[in-house]
Ligand binder design. Structure first.
Ligand code: ZN
Ligand code: ZN
Length: 95
């Protein structure tokens, strides 16, 4: 019997990152079916949303230009230039 090695032979599996909090998952579905602790509506009040840009060395906040090495670090703090005044918002990685 030939073993199905398809699953093991993938040389590189790109990860999907949440745009709000930077957690990663092996599939977009897995990511977007889990609640996000840094969701703009409140912690756990919505789901992760996958970051549409490519993987980078440096992520830049689209509002204030802050640069960090990962989305996880970038989104850890609130952004002083967040455009929606009614609530606080975190830094958000530009694409
Ligand atoms: Zn998230
Ligand atoms: Zn910012």
């Amino acid at each position: 019997m030939e073993k199905d090695t398809k699953m093991n032979s993938i040389p590189f599996t790109p990860l999907f990152y949440c745009s709000y909090c930077g957690v990663s998952a092996i599939s977009k579905n897995l990511l977007e079916n889990a609640r996000c602790l840094r969701h703009p509506s409140g912690s756990g009040k919505g789901y992760h949303i996958s970051y549409k840009g490519s993987e980078k060395e440096i992520y830049i906040c689209r509002y204030c230009g802050l640069q960090e090495k990962s989305i996880l670090v970038l989104t850890a703090n609130f952004c002083p230039n967040y455009p929606y005044k009614l609530r606080k918002g975190r830094h958000s990685p530009a694409l």
